[in-house]
Design a protein around this ligand. Structure first.
Ligand SMILES: [Zn+2]
Length: 166
């Protein structure tokens, strides 16, 4: 095929949706509702080289959190009590998509008057999906590097290798 089709695929692969409200890209550089999960990448609070890959499955609310080196998260107690990374991920998703959309996707019934996604989650343990989610994150970064814009790319500030952090 021609090179034109490759460019088209790249454009269509990662739709950019304006966030409902600003969110902290440094804390959660990547969040998406995809493949039946809320999933994303959360920075470690203490180590800039480490990120956590966290996900919550739609329907059964299975929690998963592992480092990018595929080690289990120590904060995910018993596999059913959310660690700080999962909470940060959920916060970022609500900021990005709005509570209603996230709740609908995960099949969560948030009690009337509540704006806390967790109050409607009945969590369980999910299989480790860190490898596929992290691969999606890397594709997302590759998409951002497409030189079709002169605008700043705030997501890349998270990566020390991008030169944003000295
Ligand atoms: Zn965690």
């Amino acid at each position: 095929m021609t090179s034109g089709s490759a460019a088209y695929e790249r454009r269509s692969a990662a739709p950019v949706i304006a966030p409902v409200r600003p969110r902290k890209l440094a804390k959660v550089p990547f969040v998406e509702l995809a493949e039946g999960r809320l999933q994303g990448v959360v920075s470690s609070g203490s180590d800039v080289e480490r990120v956590y890959v966290s996900s919550i499955t739609a329907g059964d609310h299975g929690l998963s959190c592992n480092t990018n080196n595929n080690r289990p998260c120590g904060g995910l107690s018993g596999g059913t009590r959310a660690c700080n990374h999962l909470r940060a991920l959920a916060d970022a998703a609500v900021a990005q998509y709005g509570l209603d959309r996230v709740a609908r996707y995960l099949k969560v019934t948030v009690p009337d008057g509540s704006d806390d996604l967790w109050s409607g989650l009945h969590t369980t343990t999910a299989p480790n999906r860190a490898a596929e989610v992290f691969a999606g994150f890397l594709r997302h970064l590759a998409y951002l590097e497409v030189p079709s814009t002169t605008e700043p790319l705030p997501d890349l500030h998270w990566f020390p290798a991008a030169g944003a952090v000295s």
